[in-house]
Design a protein around this ligand. Sequence first.
Ligand code: FMN
Length: 350
Amino acid sequence: MYSLIRKIFFQLEPEQAHYTAMNLLQTLRKLPGGKNTIHRIFRAPQKGLQKHVFGLSFRNPVGLGAGFDKNARYLEELDALGFGFVEIGTVTPLPQEGNEKPRLFRLVEDRALINRMGFNNEGVEVIARRLRNWRLNGKPLNPAAKLLVGGNIGKNKVTPNEEAWKDYEICFRALHAYVDFFVVNVSSPNTPGLRALQEKDALHKILTHLQALNKGFAVQRPILLKIAPDLEWSQIDDVIALAREIKLDGLVATNTTISRSGLQTPAAALEQIGAGGLSGAPLKERATEVVQYLCSQLKGEIPVIASGGIFTAADAREKLATGAALCEVWTGFIYEGPAIVQQICKGLAR
Ligand SMILES: Cc1cc2nc3c(=O)[nH]c(=O)nc-3n(C[C@H](O)[C@H](O)[C@H](O)COP(=O)(O)O)c2cc1C
C-alpha cells in the first residue's frame, strides 16, 4: 500500500512532498476521533520495549531524528504514529529561511537523500510558544507513556563561531521548560564553519556553559551532543575524553555525511545535485562503526543514540546490538512510510 502512496509522493518535489504528506496527516488527525484512528492503525507494541535512559522513560527506543519536524508542528501526528521520541529543530535563535531551493534531493537507487537545508526554522521564540501550547493543550495518547521531545539546538548562519555559545544559550533558555532533553548540534554540514565547533576547545566551552546554566533551573535537562560521521578517529577520541571529563548525558551519532563513496547514483547526477549531507542506506555502515566505537569506549557510562541508515527492525537491532541505548530514523521514514515505528517495534519485540 505504502509503495503506491510513495510513488505518488515521489512525483512531487521532495520538500513539497514532505509538507504535503505531513499536512495531510494533520488534517486527518484533526477529524473527530482522527488521532485515535491513526494510532489504531499504526500502533506499535510497547511491551518490553520501554527504555530508561539519562533519567527519562522512553515508551520505545525508536525516535525521529532532527530536521523532520524542525518547527515542532507535527507532534500530535508523530505521537499517533508511535514514535518513542522526536528531536525537534535544529532550532536557532532567529528565524532563518535556509538555503535556496531546491535543497533536498532523493537518490532512489541508493535509498538515500542529500540535503542542504541550512537550518530553515521559525526561530526559537515561535517554536517555544508552539511547544508550550502543545504541553498545555496536546492530547497524549497515553499520559503514562508520553512522547518525549528533544530540543536540537544550533546557531544562526550569521553568528560567528566565537559567539556561537551565545546562540546555544538563547535556545537552551527558551526551550528549557518545554523539552525533555537537549541535543547540541555542531555537526550539520550545511551551515558554513559549524562543524569546526566539534573541535575540543570550542565544544568544551559550549557544553560546560550549558551545563552551568542547567544547574540554575529547578529541573535539569539531559544535554547530548550530536556528532558527524566524517570525524577522524582522533577527533572521536577527543569527543569521548571530553564527554567523560564533563560528564555529558549522552551522544547522538551520527549526522549526515559529506562523503559520496559507494553510491549507485551516477556521478553526473551527484554533481548536478551538488553540496549537502547524505543520509539513508549508504550512511548505515559508517554510522554503525562510529556508534560501535563510542559504545565500546564508553562502556555504558554515557548513553548513545544511534542515527544513520535505519530502515528496518534488523537495522535497528544492529545499532542496538553495538550498545546504543536508543535509535532514530529519518530517511527510512520517507522510504518505508508511516508504519516504520510499528514495523521496527514489532521486530524488536519478537
Ligand atoms: C532533510 C534533512 C534535514 C535534516 N536536518 C537536520 C537538522 O536540522 N539537525 C540535525 O541535527 N540533523 C538533521 N538531519 C540529520 C538527521 O537527523 C539524521 O541524523 C541523518 O539524516 C541520518 O539519519 P538517516 O540516515 O536515518 O536519515 C537532517 C536530515 C535530513 C535528511
